[in-house]
Ligand binder design. Structure first.
Ligand code: SAM
Length: 239
């Protein structure tokens, strides 16, 4: 069995991740294909009173997480010099200006040796942390959320779905929306009971028992759904 994917999260709010580790597919992967460690950046601060932030040079609103604090947190949490960590791990800063997170990125991260996630707060990290501490930056999308924690949870959730044992026997990430198996398309729509709810029925073909016809319908519906999503501003399909 291959070693678990090690994900180290550096955050000022480690307790926020407690719901995530209870989520079924993340919990399924933990102790098997996934090892998740949460580190409080503040615990590694080399500064007085475990300070982590400071005001920006040049003035302006907000505070920045200092670069010396970021380096101390990475080295303290991983127990190795920064250069060694960077050589062996993907050190990802969550950043609105980063690479747009998508299925390919999640699959790619899931096959790596290990990931360190740097969660910004306030105005984010001193930019030298982006340049010299992180090996890459990932963005949830073209908008700003209040901290990197939400973004890190999205990354962990999506990555975990691609790890062994995360999904139940009846589920698979192999043919989900955006997967290579679907050529990057959206999955077909799904329906369940009741067969009729007021005026709302389900496509007749799904009730026919004709597996060939159902497969053809699903393929066509996947294409149509993908095409319909493209013109929508901000769809992942436009990236
Ligand atoms: C309030 S934001 C800082 C925004 C920054 N001042 C700017 O305008 O680009 C604080 C932190 O939230 C995280 N964050 C905010 N939006 C994000 C996004 N779209 N994707 C990933 N992380 C994000 C980053 O870690 C960031 O450092």
């Amino acid at each position: 069995m291959s070693p678990p994917l090690q994900i180290d999260v550096l955050t000022l709010f480690p307790s926020w991740f407690s719901w995530l580790v209870e989520e079924r597919h993340v919990a399924n992967a933990l102790g098997g294909s996934l090892a998740l460690r949460l580190h409080n950046i503040r615990d590694h601060s080399p500064l007085k009173h475990r300070m982590v932030d400071d005001t920006p040079y040049g003035g302006g609103a907000g505070m920045l997480i200092r670069v010396d604090v970021a380096v101390a947190a990475v080295e303290g949490a991983l127990g190795a010099p920064l250069a060694e960590v960077r050589a062996q791990r993907r050190v990802v800063v969550l950043d609105p200006g980063g690479r747009a997170f998508d299925d390919a990125c999640a699959r790619d991260l899931a096959t790596g040796l290990g990931i360190v996630l740097l969660c910004g707060r306030y105005e984010g990290f001193d930019h030298r942390a982006h340049e010299h501490v992180a090996t890459e930056a990932i963005s949830l999308g073209p908008y700003v959320v209040s901290g990197g924690e939400v973004a890190a949870m999205v990354v962990i959730d999506a990555v975990a779905r691609h790890l062994d044992g995360a999904l139940g026997a009846s589920e698979s990430a192999e043919s989900e929306s955006f997967s290579p198996a679907l050529g990057g398309r959206l999955e077909h729509p799904h329906y369940t009971r009741p067969e009729r709810f007021g005026e709302w029925g389900v496509p007749e073909v799904l009730l026919s028992g004709d597996h060939g016809a159902i497969a053809r319908w699903r393929e066509e519906a996947s294409v149509a759904r993908t095409e319909a999503a493209r013109p929508r501003g901000g769809s992942n399909l436009n990236r």
